[in-house]
Structures are given as C-alpha cells and as structure tokens.
Design a protein around this ligand. Structure first.
Ligand SMILES: Nc1nc2c(ncn2[C@@H]2O[C@H](COP(=O)(O)OP(=O)(O)OP(=O)(O)O)[C@@H](O)[C@H]2O)c(=O)[nH]1
Ligand SMILES: [Mg+2]
Ligand SMILES: [Zn+2]
Length: 365
C-alpha cells in the first residue's frame, strides 16, 4: 500500500471540518445569534467573569452582577459568552440584561470528543475570550511532567493564535530529567518560568510575564493553576485540593473557568484541569507545522507529502534527524502519538522500533 493512502482518505472529510472549525472559532458556537448582537465597540462594557448555564457573572462598574442574555437570543448563556468576553449590559427593572457582545480579539477553544454521537467528530468547546497570553501550567510531579501534555496545548493555542508561555510549577520537586524535558522548549524559543507556590519561588517572575495582559492558566488537573492564581492574588480565596494519593492525578477541584483581576489591566482566567486534550480534528499534514524543529529536515524527505510516520526510514530525513539525536526523541514521540490519534491508528510502537538505534531508544521516556 502506498504510504500516503491514510492521508488521502482523510483529506476531504478534514477540510470540511476545518472550515467549520474556523467559522466556529471566529463566531463561537453562536452562529444563530441575532445579527446585531455582536458589535465592534462600546465605551461602557462589563467583563464576563464566570458563566453558568443560563446566566453569567459580569464585572460592571466595579461591581459583580448576575446578568441574563437578551430575550431574542435562542441559545443558553454558556453557548454564547465566555470568561473574558466584553459585554454591554443594561438594567431592565431589577434584572441585568446582556444586550451586546463586543467583537473578540481571540477565542480559545478545543474540540471535545462526543462519545454519544455515531460519527466520531468532536464538538467545539469555547473556553475563554480575548486572551492575550496563555500559560501552560505543568507540574514537576503529581502529575508527572510529560511533554505530551505540553505539545497538545501548544498545538491548540498556536492554532488559536494565542501567545503562550510554559510554567513549571512545583519546582520544589523538580528532577534533572525534568530540566532536560524543559530545555527542549527553551531551545525552541518558548519562555519557561519555574514556580513553587509552597516556597514562593518564581511568582514575581510569573507576574512580570502576566502584567497588563488578560492571561489564562491551562493545564491538567492538580498541576497548581488555582494555587498559582491564589499566590498572585495574594489570598487563599480559590479552592485548591490535594492530588489523590491513589492515582496521582488531580481531582478536578476547579469546575468552571473564572476571571480574576490582580492588578489594574492585568487578569487571570483560572480554568478546570483537562485530562485529555483531543487534537484528532487537525489534518495529518498540518501536525508537523507545530513542530518547528522538523523545519530544516522535512523538505529533504523523499516524498513531498511525507508524514514522517509510516514512510521507510531511508526516505524520511526527519526520522534520521531523530535517530542522530538532533531532533528530541520525546517531541518526536509526541508527534507520533498525535499522528496516531489523527490517523486513528492504535499503536505507533512499530514506527518507533523501526527507526531508533537501541542507544537512542533507551533515552526515550
Ligand atoms: N509541592 C508543591 N505542591 C503544590 C504547589 N502548588 C500547588 N501544589 C499542590 O498541588 C495540589 C493541586 O493544586 P491546585 O491548585 O488545586 O491544582 P489545579 O491545577 O488548580 O487543579 P484543578 O482545579 O483540578 O484543575 C494541591 O495539593 C496544592 O497544594 C507547589 O508549588 N509545590
Ligand atoms: Mg483549580
Ligand atoms: Zn519524512
């Protein structure tokens, strides 16, 4: 079988989905909203800080108010507005009404696999709006640091055009292996901040990165997103929880995204941890764009549409780059893992086994 068949069979389906995704990213899931609901600008607006099913808390005139969507919008509130959104509110008798939504500068969304549907197409879930900076929070331990989490978040954030930094929290528990993992991202040009909310290390440094920005903390449950938010806010207002002893996974303490202002013009959206991040709606050929370290190698592969996956080792220069140690084996393994999701192939170990000399393989986590 020619190596590119898997890709060809995906092409049509994926490009339709891609257009749909782009539309949803631009307008949110609320394509049915009234035409005049979204407006360019308005001087007096409130900021959505937390969304419930049918209403939202809005920071308006230094007060937190509960507001409902205007009547002619036939969607529930949590399909229309998201933390960080700017909204125009008006008081009608005793009720605050969200009359307009200001055009967004960005929307962070992810696809969510919907197991109840027969077709295996994810639904898009918006997380937050108008985000200037995303902080991918990872922990040195509990849960353990693994590049696979970082790489998936990087794809989703870069796909939404949101600038990103990486924060290694619980650096009090950091090992030399963790340092090696992080150095790959430093070498790729990402800012990596190390923090410990226990010993207050790196908090000022993190604050500097967040100053004058609407930032969002994303990352798995238990990495310390809420603890960091507390450290920056300077109080213990937000609920945090111990990682469960048995699974060493977080317990999903935070259940809804929430917006906090810690300084004039500087805010953080604390989000619930996500256990698995679906990237299967990306196109196979698109995945390598999120791996800039392949850049100088991939054009030299024998096939111009090489996926650096099932192609023979001697035709794929990316694989040779990995074998020579010049492309990080952990990142390549992340790539393979993501590709197997996208191509719906259960096991990529064959690919891995076929290319690595034994000594390189041993270094793999
Ligand atoms: N060792 C260590 N533990 C920390 C640090 N920061 C937070 N923790 C602990 O990590 C656990 C989880 O912290 P949370 O802040 O609730 O984590 P979260 O990312 O908000 O989790 P979710 O809300 O479930 O997504 C708590 O037991 C914290 O005390 C740190 O710097 N070092
Ligand atoms: Mg939390
Ligand atoms: Zn290749």
């Amino acid at each position: 079988m020619p190596h590119y068949n898997a890709y060809d069979s995906f092409k049509t389906k994926k490009s339709i989905e891609k257009k749909k995704r782009a539309k949803e990213r631009a307008f949110g899931k609320n394509n049915d909203t009234a035409d005049d609901f979204i407006i360019e600008c308005c001087n007096t607006y409130g900021i959505v800080i937390e969304v419930r099913y049918d209403d939202a808390y809005v920071l308006f005139n230094n007060e937190i108010i509960l507001a409902k969507l205007r009547n002619d919008i036939n969607l529930v509130c949590n399909q229309v507005v998201f933390p960080g959104d700017k909204v125009v509110v008006e008081k009608n008798n005793d009720t605050y009404i969200i009359n307009h939504l200001l055009k967004r500068s960005s929307i962070l969304s992810r696809t969510k696999k919907d197991s109840t549907r027969l077709e295996d197409i994810g639904t898009t879930k918006n997380i937050a709006a108008n985000v200037d900076l995303a902080v991918i929070v990872v922990a040195a331990k509990e849960p353990p640091l693994h590049p696979k989490f970082i790489d998936r978040y990087l794809m989703i954030l870069q796909n939404s055009n949101i600038p990103v930094i990486i924060c290694l929290n619980k650096c009090d528990l950091k090992s030399s292996e963790d340092e090696e993992t992080l150095s790959v991202y430093r070498d790729l040009g990402f800012t990596v901040v190390e923090t410990s909310t226990y010993s207050n290390i790196g908090i000022d440094n993190l604050k500097q990165q967040l100053l004058n920005k609407q930032a969002i903390f994303v990352g798995n449950s238990g990495v310390g997103k809420s603890s960091l938010t507390n450290a920056i806010m300077g109080d213990d207002e937000i609920k945090t929880s111990h990682v469960s002893d048995k699974s060493k996974r977080g317990r999903h303490t935070t259940t809804t995204s929430k917006y906090y202002i810690w300084e004039d013009n500087s805010s953080i959206i604390d989000t619930p941890g996500i256990r698995s991040l679906d990237v299967s709606t990306f196109e196979p050929m698109e995945i390598q764009d999120y791996f800039p370290e392949f850049e100088n190698w991939k054009d030299k592969c024998k096939y111009s549409d090489c996926l650096h996956f099932n192609e023979p080792y001697d035709t794929c220069i990316v694989k040779q780059g990995v074998a020579s140690g010049l492309i990080s084996i952990n990142r390549y393994e992340s790539y393979l893992r993501i590709m197997s999701d996208v191509l719906d192939i259960k096991d990529y170990s064959e690919v891995l086994n076929s290319i690595y000399p034994e000594e390189v393989k041993k270094k793999s986590k």
